[in-house]
Write a protein that binds this ligand. Structure first.
Ligand code: MSP
Length: 644
């Protein structure tokens, strides 16, 4: 009987084109799915797009199109990318699909009827010009509106809340007594950061925008993340809609794969919602880290967003799939850099794997005209190679089940390296010189071919375009790579015939490729271009600049602002009796690090209250992409000097 397996990616926001971060999660799921299918599982692989909300509404407005037109275009880009990189999903859900919207309405209704929703007031930071509410964590580094960088004020709005707090004990049990969140240390992080301090109920409706699902019992309210988004995992199976009938076969999900950014919602709100709906809980939430670019978070304005199409066109899709899956350590961040990628392609794929296949096939052609004879002679080194090859499939299976893909690949590549070493140890070119060693030579080449069979078959889920070619070259047919035969050695027919083919992974010239990649995806190039264009379009004259009064001061004391994770309160000696400035730099500085520093501040900015503290100006900082650094001046500059 076939076993069922259900795996999901997050549904991505179609607010910008997909990049290698989105690619990572989706390709990771695809590799798992292909492995499971190879094992005989009946798989449901779901991905999609999360299309509602204020941000999309705003972006569409800026682009002069309707929100639906806006999301249609980007959702198509996602689908095109998945096709291009051979992501073989079963279902693509869009939260604007009718069946999903209908089901979301039903889910809200059920939650209300069961007493898990209540109407109250949402308190937040409101930006009047943008007509938008923001949470504290969304504000910019100065505590201003993240869109227009103007002042925000405390405001309230009528909203529905989901009683997350009612599930606190059950969630703590889920996180401490089960394996739901992987890696385990992330579960501990959640308990300490969110459950222990006391779970707050979550706001699940808004009235300040219209692009979303209307609540059936109160139509001026729009479903606001996360109920709309999270329920995709069940509506796509037909929950509360007539479109599909797959809940019985595929719920609960086996794996939800997400990155750390949305772990909290999947580890707390999602299970609580399911508990409220009396549905079984998913088995695993697999949380991976971020792909950063040279240690810096990818961002459009820095211009370091890596476009998968650019890489795929130049190096082949499998190469990119392999590289990102191999580089991401389980649960932690991974760093993308052009250099690491080129070197990885050369070492693992061109030198180790590609070479093993081409050398072995070439030797079978050269010494036996492409078909091995039946005579065999066992020898030294055989047992070690065979034992490693036979243990490989169970080891890879275990890692796949634990979603540790990088380790699965490392395991396979270790056997590939072992096989290369076996060539050096057995020296077939020497055996070939002595006709009496033909049987030994045939054994050596057979052992190599059968090791390649196992490795290439296990690599197929990761590199579905190239591995069938490798298998064809060594003469393996479909029956030779059935899953049950991957843990056994000696499956290829004794008189196997190989077929010479193209080089699988050509060796890359490092300097040429780095130069090429730096010209197309190096940080800052495009970001600067955007900045430069904006600068040209927005020039000011010197008088305008002189309106901003900049002066120097020394930080005399500095402390955290209570109730805020972002704000620091600084007392300054400004040479004029002192002033207080509140600055959103707590993420980058400990208070004591700033004491004694000479800084530059805007002296004539209108005073503002941030988290109840008056700020009399603004400190100048550099935005370094990933971090923010305060601009400092020499110690001998007197406090209160004018900067111009
Ligand atoms: N729409 C929500 C998810 C709702 S799921 C019910 C959302 N969308 S998103 O477009 O922002 O996608 C976030 C996800 O994209 C991450 O969790 C991760 O899967 C992937 N990634 C985006 N950038 C990434 C990196 N730089 N590195 C790795 N994965 C990242 O959040």
């Amino acid at each position: 009987m076939k076993k069922n397996f259900y795996i999901t990616t997050p549904i991505y926001y179609p607010s910008a084109a997909p990049h290698i971060g989105h690619l990572y999660t989706t390709v990771a799921c695809d590799a798992i799915v292909r492995f499971k299918r190879m094992q005989g599982y009946n798989v449901m692989f779901l991905t999609g797009t999360d299309e509602h909300g204020q941000k999309i509404e705003q972006k569409a407005k800026e682009a002069g199109v309707t929100p639906k037109q806006y999301v249609d275009e980007i959702a198509e880009k996602f689908q095109k990318l998945w096709k291009y990189v051979n992501v073989d999903y079963d279902r693509f859900i869009r939260t604007t699909d009718d069946y999903h919207e209908q089901a979301v309405q039903n889910i809200y209704k059920t939650l209300l009827d069961k007493g898990y929703l209540y109407k109250s007031e949402y308190k937040g930071k409101y930006c009047t010009p943008c007509e938008s509410f923001w949470t504290e964590s969304q504000l910019d580094e100065n505590g201003m509106c993240p869109e227009c960088h103007r002042e925000v004020k405390e405001a309230t709005e009528e909203a529905y809340f989901f009683k997350l707090s009612a599930f606190s004990d059950k969630l703590e049990k889920l996180l401490t007594e089960t394996d739901y969140v992987q890696p385990e240390w992330r579960a501990k992080e959640l308990v300490n950061n969110f459950i222990k301090p006391g779970l707050e109920d979550v706001c699940v409706s808004r009235t300040s925008f219209t692009w979303g699902v209307k609540l059936p019992f109160d139509e001026k309210h729009i479903a606001y993340v996360w109920i709309d988004a999270l329920s995709n995992y069940i509506t796509a199976l037909g929950y509360e809609n007539g479109k599909f009938d797959d809940m019985k076969d595929f719920w609960p999900a086996d794996v939800h794969m997400v990155a750390k950014d949305i772990m909290r919602f999947h580890a707390l709100i999602w299970p609580a919602m399911l508990m409220a709906l009396d549905l079984p809980l998913p088995k695993t939430l697999s949380v991976h880290g971020y792909i950063n670019f040279n240690g810096v978070k990818m961002s459009k304005s820095i211009g370091n967003v890596v476009d998968p199409f650019v890489l795929g066109e130049r190096y082949g899709v499998d190469t990119i799939r392999y590289h990102i899956l191999r580089e991401m350590p389980f649960g932690s961040d991974s760093d993308y850099s052009n250099e690491i990628m080129i070197n990885r392609i050369n070492s693992d794929l061109a030198n180790d794997l590609g070479n093993l296949v081409s050398r072995t096939v070439a030797m079978v052609v050269k010494y036996f005209d492409g078909t091995l004879p039946s005579e065999r002679e066992e020898g030294e080194f055989d047992a070690d190679l065979k034992a490693m090859a036979e243990k490989l499939a169970p080891a890879v299976e275990k890692y796949i089940d634990e979603t540790k893909l990088s380790l699965a690949l490392t395991e396979i590549m270790t056997v590939v390296s072992r096989a290369n070493k076996y060539i050096d140890e057995t020296a077939p070119w020497i055996l070939a010189k002595d006709p009496s060693k033909a049987a030994r030579l045939a054994s050596v080449l057979y052992n190599l071919l059968d090791t390649i069979r196992i490795c290439a078959a296990l690599l197929q889920p990761f590199m579905p375009a190239m591995m069938p070619k490798a298998l064809e070259q060594i003469g393996a047919v479909a029956e030779d790579i059935e899953y049950g035969k991957l843990g056994k050695f000696g499956v290829l027919p004794e008189n196997v015939t190989v077929k010479k083919g193209d080089v699988l992974f050509p060796r890359l010239d490092v300097d040429t490729e780095i130069e090429y990649l730096n010209s197309v995806i190096a940080p800052k190039k495009d970001g600067y271009k955007e900045d430069e264009d904006l600068d040209k379009a927005n020039t000011i004259n010197i008088d305008k600049f002189a309106e901003v009064k900049l002066r120097t001061a020394e930080v005399t004391t500095c402390e955290k602002v209570a109730k805020s994770k972002k704000l620091l309160k600084l007392q300054l000696d400004d040479g004029r009796g002192g002033r207080q400035i509140v600055s959103g730099i707590a993420q980058w500085y400990k208070p004591e690090e700033l004491i004694g520093k000479k800084i530059i501040f805007v002296a004539n900015l209108a005073p503002a209250k941030l988290c109840g503290e008056e700020s009399q100006g603004m400190i100048l900082c550099c935005d370094c992409g990933e971090s923010v650094r305060v601009i400092t001046v020499d110690a001998e500059v007197p406090n209160g000097s004018t900067v111009r």
